[in-house]
Each structure stands twice: as C-alpha cells, then as structure tokens.
Design a protein around this ligand. Structure first.
Ligand code: SF4
Ligand code: SF4
Ligand code: SF4
Length: 320
C-alpha cells in the first residue's frame, strides 16, 4: 500500500466535533495503541509548542499516554500505534475502525508489524515457551501483522519512530482539507540533496537507503551509519536486486544479507520476500546490523535518542 494513500471519503474534519471554539467544531482526535513501545506517541508529545498550537485546532478526546480523558469514539481522526499481535488486538482494531472517520497508522509496528514481526519466521509456540515460565497465560497470535492487513487504513506515517515533520504536515493537511505532501522517494535522494557523503561508497558500510522510503532526513547516513530501513520499503523498491548485489560483492553471506533486511520493517514487502528467499531471520540482528542498537537503541529509547540528535544537529521543522 502507498505510504500515504487516502481511501474513502468519510466526510469533513470536525463533523464529529462536540466542543467548539469561536463557533467552529474541532475535529475529535484519538491516539491509541496495540503492540508497541509508545515511542511514536512520544514523538507526538515531543511536538511541544506545536502541540499547544494544534490543540487550538483539534480536540484530543483519547490519548492515554498523555491524559486521563477517555472516549470510545466517534473520532474524526484516530492515530493507531502498534501491530496486531494478540486476539484482543484483532477484536479492538475492528471496533476502532468503525469509530474512526480517518484512521492513521503510525510507526513501523502499525504499518509493517514492527520488530515483533521477526517471530513470523519462527515457531511461535516454541518461542513463547522459551521466554515465559507459564506460556499458557500468554495470549498472542502466531504472527505480528500491520493494521492494514485487517482493516482499511486512510494514511500511514512510517518510521521507528515517526517523523515529527511528517506528523505536522499530515495534521495541517487534515485541518486545511488538502492532500498531505509526503514524498515517496529513496533515502539516497535526501543524501544527495544535503550533500551527505555516501557511507556505502566511501566506507563500505551496508546501507538500505536505496530501497527505503525517505522522511527521516537521512539521519543515519548523516551520523555516519547505514540506513537499516526503519521507514520501510519505498514504492517498487527492488530489495531482491539489492540483496543480490550485497551477495555478489562477496563480503556477506546470504544469512548476513538477510540480517540487513530483518529489522523494524522486516515483514513489509518486498523486504519480507527478500528475507524469506535468504533463509529467514535466524540470527537476525545478532550483530546489530548497521550498528543501530549500539547507536540508537530501539523503540521508545530510540525516539528519545533521535529527538536529542535532531536538537544537537539543529534539524529544523522541515527536517533540514
Ligand atoms: S517507536 Fe518504533 S517500536 Fe516504538 S511504537 Fe513506534 S514504530 Fe513501534
Ligand atoms: S549513504 Fe545510504 S542512503 Fe545515503 S546515498 Fe549512500 S546508499 Fe544512499
Ligand atoms: S534507518 Fe535511519 S536513515 Fe533509514 S529510514 Fe530509519 S532513520 Fe532514516
């Protein structure tokens, strides 16, 4: 599915708005989660001053990470973080879809199944028994799946975590009733625009930037490490071709090449097929792949790390 593809016309923003300021109903917004680390929700909170500005335009009716206010809908805009990972998630996502005029999935977990989807190549029951002392109490599905596999999704915001700039662009577009301007192009394009020296050409560091959708401002190459694909594949990405090139270069085994793709968006096609063709995820990320675990951590920790990096680097609201 396109990263940002608007589906059915479900009416105007604000049509469910109950509160009014200056006589104009504000769209009712909810932020909820399934299987996730909350890091994408932290990105929303990290909008800081923008968040206050946005609250002038939106009525936040449900956001457990930030407020004790609760609502069961209806929502004009519902942001959903996290993958479908348990039977309860399956039930909830169907209910949430019915209550949402516009449903936006946020982050790699929600849009591709997340890092937890690495279990999709494994024996679920054996893993559960190995991890939990009483596995019979743990209700989980054999596969962690993206929300779009179960219900229709109006927009996707990619990344682990999402980009604050893309979030603001989406919210602004929703308020003004225009189409969000979110580019589907490779991270390499960002490198070229910013004059970043290619870590793959200059240092031989493996980088998935050629097949990964941009939106992060090429933050990993900018920090001297390879892209590990957290924004997921861009449209028509030739992951199989890149995998063949990595192997043909003679420096990596099939298993090592598979590990490069087996990250936060492993279950998104065509990364999924590339991993399967290379033998699954055995030993995935054992070595830290492009170095992201040591450099950036995962999930919510990574969200904080990236926010700090952006401040240190002086990256502005346009990601420049
Ligand atoms: S920060 Fe990453 S791991 Fe955490 S919810 Fe977002 S996509 Fe999932
Ligand atoms: S560093 Fe990666 S993303 Fe940047 S130009 Fe090189 S291959 Fe592309
Ligand atoms: S891995 Fe780094 S460079 Fe690649 S999309 Fe994610 S943040 Fe951007």
């Amino acid at each position: 599915m396109a990263a940002m593809a608007q589906k059915a016309d479900r009416g105007r923003p604000g049509e469910h708005g109950h509160a009014a300021r200056g006589g104009t109903p504000r769209p009712r917004v909810g932020v909820v989660k399934l299987a996730s680390c909350d890091g994408c929700q932290l990105t929303i909170l990290d909008l800081e001053d923008h968040l206050l500005e946005l609250s002038e335009h939106f009525e936040i009716v449900d956001f457990p990470e930030a407020s004790s206010a609760r609502s069961n809908g209806p929502y004009d805009v519902l942001f959903v973080e996290g993958s479908v990972s348990t039977p309860d998630h399956l039930r909830r996502i169907g209910e949430l879809r019915k209550q949402a005029r516009v449903l936006v999935t946020i982050g790699a977990c929600a849009t591709s199944g997340g890092i937890q989807a690495l279990r999709n190549w494994a024996d679920h029951d054996a893993y559960r028994a190995a991890v939990y002392p009483t596995p019979e109490y743990v209700e989980s599905l054999a596969r962690s799946t993206p929300i779009s596999e179960h219900v229709s999704v109006d927009f996707e915001l990619r990344g682990c975590p999402i980009s604050p700039e893309q979030l603001i662009e989406l919210l602004t577009a929703l308020v003004t009733g225009r189409r969000p301007q979110l580019r589907d192009e490779a991270v390499c394009m960002e490198c070229k625009r910013r004059g970043i020296v290619c870590v793959m050409s200059a240092q031989g560091i493996a980088c998935l930037g050629q097949v990964t959708q941009t939106g992060c401002g090429a933050i990993c190459p900018r920090m001297g490490r390879g892209c590990y694909g957290c924004f997921g594949p861009r449209e028509q990405a030739n992951a199989a071709g890149l995998a063949r090139w990595f192997q043909a270069s003679g420096e990596r085994s099939a298993e090592e090449v598979g590990q490069l793709f087996a990250g936060f968006t492993a279950y998104a096609e065509p990364f999924r097929s590339a991993i399967t063709d290379l033998g699954g995820t055995r030993g995935a990320r054992r070595s830290g792949g492009g170095g992201f675990i040591a450099a950036g951590g995962t999930g919510a920790g990574r969200a904080s790390y990236l926010a700090g990096t952006r401040r240190m680097e002086g990256i502005d609201d346009d990601g420049r």
